[in-house]
Structure formats: C-alpha cells, structure tokens
Ligand binder design. Structure first.
Ligand code: TYD
Ligand code: MG
Length: 459
C-alpha cells in the first residue's frame, strides 16, 4: 500500500504541523504533537464544498426506527453482566487492566463459549505466539477448542483477514502491539494506538463484527494505553484487583449498551477465571476480634451491594507527614482529614495517614467517607470499632453526613451477612418503628461529630 504523507497534529488545540516539534506552533503546549494520517486530501475552496454536496439527507428522529441491538451472551454470567447482556453486533469493547491480571484468560474462555454456541470467532494475538495461546487453552481445559487464532500485528493484514473470514466476534490482544503501515511511529505509541483502534472500530461498524480490544494500562496511568481510546469505543471495561489476591473485578466504566459501574467478580483459579456469584463478603479480611483502624463499608457497585473493609493506619510522621491511599482517592482523603480536624476535633496534621480498601477494590463513591473517617479515628486512638460494625455515608465540608443512594439495600445486605451495628446518614435509616433490621441496630446521624459520639458510646 502506498504510504500517505502523515502530519503531526496537536492533541490540545487540533492544530497541525508537517514535522514533529516539541512545542505546538499553534497553542504552544509541550509534547502534544502526535502523528496522524490526514482524513482527506487537504484541499481548500471548491473541494471542500464538493465534499459537502455528497452529504446524506437528515432524518427526523421520530421517523428512525429504534431497533433493539442483538446480543449474544458469552456464557460467562459475570462478563455478560458488565457487558449488559452479552456481545453486541458491531459493538466495540475495550478491556483494560494491568499486565497479568487475566484479560487474555477471560477472553479466551469467552471466545471458546461463543464458538461452542456456533458463533464464529477470531482471536488475534500480537503478544503471544499461537503456541502460547494453545498452551493457555490446554491449561483452561479447552483441549478441543475451535476458536480461530491469528498471530499478526499488522493492521492492514488483520483488517483483510476480518473482511475475509467475517467472524461475529474478534478479539485483538492487544491493541498496543498492532501497527499500521501508514504511520512511522512505533507500535504502542499514541498515534499508532489511536489510528489502529479507529480503523478497527470502522471495520466493526461496517461489518457487524463485535471487536474486543485489549489494552494494557501502562505505569504512567495509561497514556498511549486504553485511556486514549475510551471515547471511540462503545463499552469500556477495566480489570481491578491486585494480582496477589485471587479476586478480580471487571467494571464497566462506559457502556452504550448497558449500565455503567456494573461489576463482575471473578476468582482466578488453576483453570482460569471463575465467576463469583455472591461476592458481597469477599473484600473483608477475616479478623477474629475487631482491630483498631478497620471499618467495614457497604458500597453499592452497579446493582450489587458489596461489603468492603477500609483499613487505616495513623502513625507519628516526620516534618511533612504522608497521606497515602490505595483504592481510594487521595485528594478526598486530604479533604476528609481536614473535616475531621475542623468538625470532630481529630487532629492528624503531625501523623502519617495510610488508608487501604482491602482486596484491591477501587472505591470512587463518596459514600465511603464516613467509614474512612471512622477507621482513621479508630487507628489514631488505638480503639477498635465494635464487633459487627458497618458505616456508610458521604461527609461534606461543613461536617454534615449526607445520604447514600439506595441505603435500604445496603442495610439489608449488611443484616443478611450478620452485621449488628450500623451508623448511617439519617435519610438512609428506616422510618420510625423499624429501626431494627433483622438484628441490625441502626444509628442515624446528621453530622460527623454525632457519628463519633455514637461510636464512643458503643465502645
Ligand atoms: P493473563 O490472562 O495472561 O493476563 P493478561 O492477559 O491480563 O496479561 O493472565 C495471566 C495470569 O493468570 C498469570 O499470572 C497466570 C494466571 N493464570 C492462572 O492462575 N490460572 C489459569 O488458568 C491461567 C490461564 C492463568
Ligand atoms: Mg494477555
């Protein structure tokens, strides 16, 4: 294929330059120029209008038939849950996650299921050889798998194979290894990843093949990785969980065909990933007796409540004490410490503060605030929270405790798992008369200092 002349365009202002420069000549931002293939020959005047004349007529929205998308379940319930019911014809799914977390394993299992259901598949591997993929499939017990495998990293060849074999679903593992002849940049660069993903997306829409792109999250937090593709694709799934524990979470952070924030929970076993149908209690560490610095939170991920233990360690710090958080937002932690000091008189300014959400789960909802603050206070004072204690609720800058969405469901889950004491925002407490929920005593609070008072009275 003849090489088109590439240009360098700025990711900030969209301006372009015929050669690479460190600084964008238009907006003067640094390191923003990436190589791109121009869409059409850049002609001015007449040519531009000629292109406009070819545009298609517009349609009134009400006249467009709203056809339901057709889905094929992958047969892996937890994956289907995050996909919104299964793979969608012409849909493009991006699956991101740290290396070694289980992306290839899950997708191979899914493809094998689909192939068994007579849905033609294609697994394009750019990271591993066919033999390595075969080795994995044996390990997964898929000895007679009919999944078609293509070991290729050249975009043009992949597109040609897709056009020839017309699979219903194709996995590209990974998008960072694919490169296009059209660009001179190295595979894995922002330019290559974007260009290749754009072509594959177009191919998916044109042919109806569902394309699943695998993307590694890079150390720097994913530039040149999945992040640059999020806007192009229909569904974005991220793997979470630390590779040391066997649990893995797959979270939908964008889904044009289903709910977002839905999660699928898996356990990595000797024979691949197995769905965990009832995951609510897996993120609790098993203390026989309550320990200081630990508070259980009921978080609501997608449609399912999850109980997650929040751990805090507060220890005398140096001249500039550290604030570190794993699985929780660090800026939010700083804010909560300020609220604790100002409204509850708990001072940590000369202390190192570490917080962690057990099990490698990432919690972004503010309903975790109250648990985080109670865990910090518990660690600072060296006093454990009562046995069977849970808390949730957002805490505002004025020290008020705000309700969390769907509080009843959270409380019911905690009661089901045998928790006995709960401190929750007043609006989340059941109406008078039903303060006791199957053995769970509920203490509604309006303010953070009130929550502290309740905890003190329970000790
Ligand atoms: P993999 O799917 O290769 O990760 P990714 O594609 O996200 O980089 O998963 C690799 C890890 O999973 C590796 O550490 C081995 C482990 N594993 C199992 O524990 N059991 C299995 O059955 C398989 C196939 C892998
Ligand atoms: Mg892999």
């Amino acid at each position: 294929m003849a090489k088109e002349k590439t240009v360098y365009s700025c990711t900030e202002c969209g301006g372009s330059s015929p050669r690479w420069l460190g600084k964008c000549p238009h907006c003067e931002a640094w390191n923003t120029l990436v190589e791109t293939v121009p869409d059409a020959p850049a002609g001015g005047g007449k040519n531009r209008f000629a292109a406009l004349a070819k545009s298609t007529p517009v349609t009134v929205l009400a006249d467009i038939e709203a056809t339901e998308v057709s889905r094929a379940p992958t047969g892996i319930d937890e994956l289907d849950r995050v996909l919104g019911g299964g793979i969608v014809e012409g849909g493009v799914v991006l699956i991101g996650g740290d290396p070694g977390i289980g992306k290839s394993t899950l997708l191979l299992q899914a493809l094998d299921n689909l192939e068994r259901a007579q849905i033609p598949t294609l697994y394009v591997t750019g990271e591993e050889s066919g033999a390595q993929v075969a080795l994995r499939s044996r390990r997964l017990g898929l000895d007679h798998s009919q999944v078609k495998v293509l070991a290729e990293i050249n975009l043009e060849k992949i597109l040609a194979t897709l056009a020839n074999t017309r699979p219903a679903v194709a996995v590209i593992d990974s998008i960072q290894t694919v490169y296009s002849d059209q660009l001179t940049s190295a595979p894995g660069s922002v330019a290559q990843v974007r260009e290749c993903a754009a072509h594959l997306t177009r191919a998916a829409k044109a042919s109806g093949t569902c394309i699943v792109l695998v993307g590694h999250v890079t150390k720097e937090g994913a530039l040149a990785g999945p992040r640059v593709l999020e806007h192009m694709v229909d569904t974005v799934l991220y793997f979470e969980g630390d590779t040391h524990s066997s649990f893995r979470l797959v979270r939908a952070i964008k889904n044009r065909f289903g709910a977002v924030n839905e999660i699928g929970v898996f356990a990595m076993t000797e024979r691949g990933l197995k769905g965990v149908a009832n995951p609510s209690a897996i993120f609790l560490s098993q203390h026989t007796e309550p320990v200081p610095g630990s508070c259980v939170l009921v978080t609501l991920e997608g449609t399912r409540p999850l109980l997650v233990e929040i751990q805090a360690l507060v220890d005398t710090g140096g001249p500039s004490p550290r604030r570190l958080s794993v699985g929780l937002d660090r800026d939010r932690l700083a804010m909560l410490l300020a609220v604790l000091h100002r409204h509850a008189g708990v001072a940590c300014y000369d202390q190192d503060v570490f917080v962690n959400a057990v099990g490698g789960v990432r919690i972004s909802e503010p309903a975790a605030d109250l648990s985080v603050m109670l865990a910090i206070t518990s660690s600072l004072r060296g006093r454990a929270l009562p046995k069977g204690f849970i808390a949730f609720g957002e805490v505002g800058l004025a020290g008020e405790v705000r309700p969390a969405p769907r509080g009843q469901e959270r409380l019911r889950e905690a009661a089901k798992l045998g928790f006995s004491v709960a401190v929750v925002p007043r609006a989340n407490a059941p109406k008078k008369g039903s303060r006791d929920l199957e053995g769970l005593t509920i203490h509604p609070v309006d303010r953070i200092e009130e929550a502290m008072e309740v905890v003190r009275s329970l000790a």
